[in-house]
Design a protein around this ligand. Sequence first.
Ligand code: SF4
Length: 393
Amino acid sequence: MTTTTETYGVDPSPTPLALLLLGREADPASERGVECPGDLPAASDPDLVARARAAKEQLGDRVFILGHHYQRDEVIEFADVTGDSFKLARDAAARPEAEYIVFCGVHFMAESADILTTDAQQVVLPDLAAGCSMADMATAEQVAECWDALTDAGIADVTVPVSYMNSSADIKAFTGKHGGTICTSSNAKRALEWAFEQGQKVLFLPDQHLGRNTAVLEMGFSLEDCVLYNPHKPNGGLTAEQLRNAKMILWRGHCSVHGRFSLDSVNEVRERIPGVTVLVHPECKHEVVTAADMVGSTEYIIKALDAAEPGSKWAIGTELNLVRRLAKAHPDKEVVFLDRAVCFCSTMNRIDLPHLVWALESLVEGRVPNVITVDPETEKYAKAALDRMLALP
Ligand code: SF4
């Protein structure tokens, strides 16, 4: 297997700055495109902050607001807790007295919160259009077809699915049903070690980069041990023999934000800032992670910056809202975004102050908007997969 961008399935063409700000990088086919019902306050309303504060106060302990690390500052300001998707779902589960969980993040995160919270709690996503293009790259139908291909190749019974937290409830349920586990970017290695104790091969969904980076850089597999399953091609674009020879069957999905960082970004920043430490998220392409000095989850990145020496220089390859907050929180260090082009997660950014105010004021008025619910059957199997992750050594 060669390490080309073609192999990794990421569009290598740069997107002009203005288009990134408009969210043009999003894949229209993967967006839900659901408009927020009701009257949204105008973004120009000077009372938005006061309105959010008042509604939150009125709701008191009945509401618990979760803010993902990639959310805008204006939203994070009202979060009771911040974190990555799994930490937030667990935080929600630890607050059973909260009737309403307002999840400032994206759709799959709200689903996970619904799975892990009690039936009495309702999970609200302030904008239903806040999907995740990576999660939407693996649908239940496509994954069922892939499993058929593995069955035809005679390897389904020795293959263990491992799905990244960034996947829909349907994919988590598929994983649970077939004896697999969920992983996060912090515990992917442990999840893969566990999976290889259960079977001989892993079907890794939906982020090819996290799967490849973990298998090759942390577990000693070679790039040739990995094959890329393309759900848009018959049999994933692979022969039965290729499937049988592979150790890691990587789903052809990626994060449109982290997938933008390139080897050029790393080389350019090293030239621009001598002595810089390049720290990237494992959702970045293999060539980027290989060229970086350090790699780790968002929680790892935050801790690394906390522990860094004053005066040290850092180029961070993760979502821009988080990098900007880190730069602000560490004025004694030089913290820059890895790429010269500005790139937010366009779906994360759909949650803004008007949507948060709208959601909170609706709750005050007794209307529960944009409730995210996972059906009991899906929840049962998805929870089985999540429980296996929790039981990982
Ligand atoms: S940053 Fe990437 S993985 Fe995270 S929500 Fe946005 S598109 Fe999905």
